[in-house]
Design a protein around this ligand. Structure first.
Ligand code: ADP
Length: 678
């Protein structure tokens, strides 16, 4: 076995590989870009080397530099993870030429599978079933059109060099063919530098089912069963599970054998995935082979009780496969959800910013976990920690949440539970969307096909109702509790600094105002609460009704309260003026309309004035080089439809304004450089 490997990747997969290497006693070298100096993958490896600026082309895609670093540190093998250089045949060959082992298939296998058309030709010869279509070299538009007419509409055009769901066009009618062809070729040339296309029968309501294969250098090749990755948005996977619901033993064996035949046809070594598209009746066709470890590999690990990264290291080191086909059974059911920094309500737009809070589900295991023979019930693979940022440079994935259950129903309820315990504050995420998806009728009843999300749009994107009184009560209790803690810590015995509201006679009343957004057009709603203080709690007045309220217990941001005599639990996280309330599996974001918040605003930290929340710059009042007086407004930001004035913290000099009107700013980002007067 190797004693030291380099991980040519970042984020969750780099951490994942490092976890297995550590368990096997193999030392790891991380490489990182300037944007990742403080990243988790750098922290979890034994050594780390800076390779270049943030942009991937200057860092994680610099194969030459990575090989140089590996050689100088005496590394024996390089793990490419997925993405970046993982399917780059030249890189794989350069690693081997430099006297190290590439932990993946030979360059020749990648080349053979790199072109969808060439791969289909090869698979035809290996008797692997193909979607009816045309994948020839002749690209004459008239010929392509007559092939499409022969196949029958709808037809799917695909860029032969395509990937990641790009360069695909569905053509419904013969009349539309030429226009679609031209647009497909344009996208293919700009995205992949190659305008070759293929045409296939477009299956309606298909499922995406893929087979994990593994081959060693001794001629052994096995399949580790299937994963169903039908739940997709824009041809990108959102939920993956294993085994595939409804799969029969016969069909599993047929697909597994077809996948092994595909791998053998290209002289495959290591972990690979053969993707099939399947009709509802179960008939299946080869789509493509991914010559690397997949994002969704954990669901296979859970049901087969394997560590696929360990297998990769063993195979790369020349060892035979740890198990033979007949030793590979299926235990239970696993589901993975990809937690992304994105906004499903706004067309899944990626969001960037700092993970101010990240509460992971209870009883969680990180990167593999579980004990001998028993998979972890809930596993989180993540490349970020609380306090880290999701930057615009790389994939906005925050974590993979993977659950295992004795059967699909148990896995489903564990997933729903885990999603409601996964709390992220600081940027938009798809967690609530995932929860609706997992709990929805279509997914829970395994009515799967690649159109599931679009078909269920109405139920997956319900109009946001008003925050319930329980969420408002939790927010109010958390606010009052924080105020009280402040006053108590300042001087526990001093009645004059106390804010608990006790009065010698009469009842103290307090008003609180919250706001929230309830539509994609950012309409806001206001909640006015009145709280009357009583010796054992409060009475909450809301919309003219009175509700007895008391704090029962708390731990960190978790609160137990009693409202109208009933117990209620929730977590409240404060991020600037936003209160994030997690209760009953829901996440409510409330803006605290604090009357004191903007009085004499002081926001300076180390000479930099930072954005209090992600938002947009709506006015720049100060100029570079301008002397200003304390309290003078410098920049105005807008977030959640509210304006925030960033004012001079003291008399001083505005050295440089870093943004212009209209710029989007991540929270915590320095807005300007400021020098206080001596
Ligand atoms: P990429 O390499 O870009 O991921 P794939 O060939 O793997 O492209 O296809 C991606 C997705 O597109 C599949 O998971 C499936 O949802 C859809 N798809 C591909 N081929 C077909 C087809 N012939 N009919 C219907 N949907 C298809």
């Amino acid at each position: 076995m190797f004693t030291k490997i380099l991980i040519a990747n970042r984020g969750e997969i780099a951490c994942r590989v490092a976890a297995t290497a550590r368990r096997m006693g193999v030392k790891t070298v991380a490489v990182y870009s300037e944007a990742d100096a403080g990243a988790k993958h750098v922290a979890v490896c034994d050594e780390a080397v800076l390779i270049g600026p943030a942009a991937a082309k200057d860092s994680y895609l610099r194969g030459d530099k990575i090989i140089e670093v590996a050689k100088s540190l005496g590394v024996q093998a390089i793990h490419p993870g997925y993405g970046f250089l993982s399917e780059n045949a030249e890189f794989a060959e350069a690693v081997e030429a430099a006297g190290m082992v590439f932990i993946g298939p030979p360059g020749s296998s990648m080349r053979a599978m790199g072109s969808k058309s060439a791969a289909k030709q090869l698979m035809e010869q290996a008797n692997v079933p193909l979607v009816p279509g045309y994948h020839g070299d002749d690209q004459d538009p008239e010929l392509l059109q007559s092939e499409a007419n022969r196949i029958g509409y709808p037809v799917l055009l695909k860029a032969s060099a395509g990937g990641g769901g790009k360069g695909m066009r569905v053509v419904e009618r013969s009349e539309d063919f030429q226009a679609a062809l031209a647009s497909c070729k344009r996208e293919a040339i700009s995205s992949f530098g190659d305008d070759k296309v293929l045409a296939e029968k477009y299956l309606t309501r298909p499922r995406h089912i893929e087979i994990q294969v593994f081959a060693d250098k001794h001629g052994n090749c096995v399949y580790l069963h299937e994963r169903d990755c039908s739940v997709q948005r824009r041809h990108q996977k959102v939920l993956e599970e294993a085994p595939a619901p409804g799969m029969t033993i016969e069909r599993r064996a047929a697909m597994g054998e077809a996948a092994v035949a595909a791998a053998r046809a290209v002289g495959y070594v290591g972990a690979g995935t053969v993707e099939f598209i399947a009709n509802q009746d179960g008939s299946f066709y080869f789509m493509e082979m991914n010559t690397r470890l997949q994002v969704e590999h954990p669901v296979t690990e859970m049901i087969t009780g394997t560590d696929l990264v360990e297998w990769q290291l063993r195979v790369a080191a020349g060892q035979p496969l740890p198990k033979q086909q007949h030793e590979l059974g299926i235990n239970g059911h696993a589901i993975e959800a990809r937690v992304y920094a994105e906004n499903p309500e706004k067309g899944f737009l990626p969001s960037i910013g700092t993970l101010r809070f990240m509460d992971v589900p209870s009883h969680v295991s990180f990167e593999l976990g579980g004990s001998a023979g028993q998979p972890a019930g809930v596993r989180v693979d993540s490349g970020v920690r609380e306090g880290d940022a999701i930057s615009p440079f790389y994939d906005p994935m925050i974590a993979k949440l993977i659950v295992w259950g004795a059967d699909r129903n148990q896995a489903l309820s564990r997933m729903a539970q885990a999603l409601s315990e996964f709390h992220i504050v600081g940027l938009a995420t798809n967690i609530a969307f995932l929860k609706r998806l997992v709990e929805g009728q279509a997914f829970s009843s395994a009515d799967l096909d690649t159109g599931l999300i679009e078909r269920n749009n109405a139920s997956l994107f319900p109009a946001a109702g008003p925050a319930p009184k329980g969420a408002l009560a939790l927010a109010a209790v958390a606010l009052l509790d924080a105020e009280q803690a402040l006053s108590v810590s300042a001087n526990p015995a001093d009645p004059w600094t106390s804010t608990h509201g006790w009065r010698m006679n009469g009842t103290y009343r307090r008003q609180l105002s919250f706001g929230d957004e309830y539509s994609a057009t950012l309409d806001t709603r206001t909640y006015d609460l009145k709280l009357a203080y009583h010796p054992h709690g409060w009475v909450l007045e809301l919309d003219g009704a009175a509700h007895p309220l008391a704090l029962v217990g708390k731990q960190g941001g978790e609160y137990a309260i009693r409202l109208d005599g009933a117990a209620l639990y929730g977590t409240v996280r404060r991020d600037g003026e936003l209160l994030h309330v997690f209760t009953g599996g829901q996440h409510y974001t409330l803006h605290y309309n604090d009357p004191m918040a903007h009085a004499g605003e002081i926001e300076a930290a180390g000479g930099r004035l930072t954005a209090p929340m992600p938002g947009k710059v709506v006015a720049v009042i100060a100029k570079d080089g301008q002397s200003v007086k304390k309290g003078e407004p410098l920049v105005i930001m807008e977030a959640m439809k509210m304006e925030h004035t960033i004012a001079a913290p003291s008399d001083g000099l505005v050295e440089e304004i870093l943004y212009q009107v209209g710029d989007q700013v991540a929270d915590g980002a320095p807005l300007l450089a400021f020098k206080a007067a001596a």
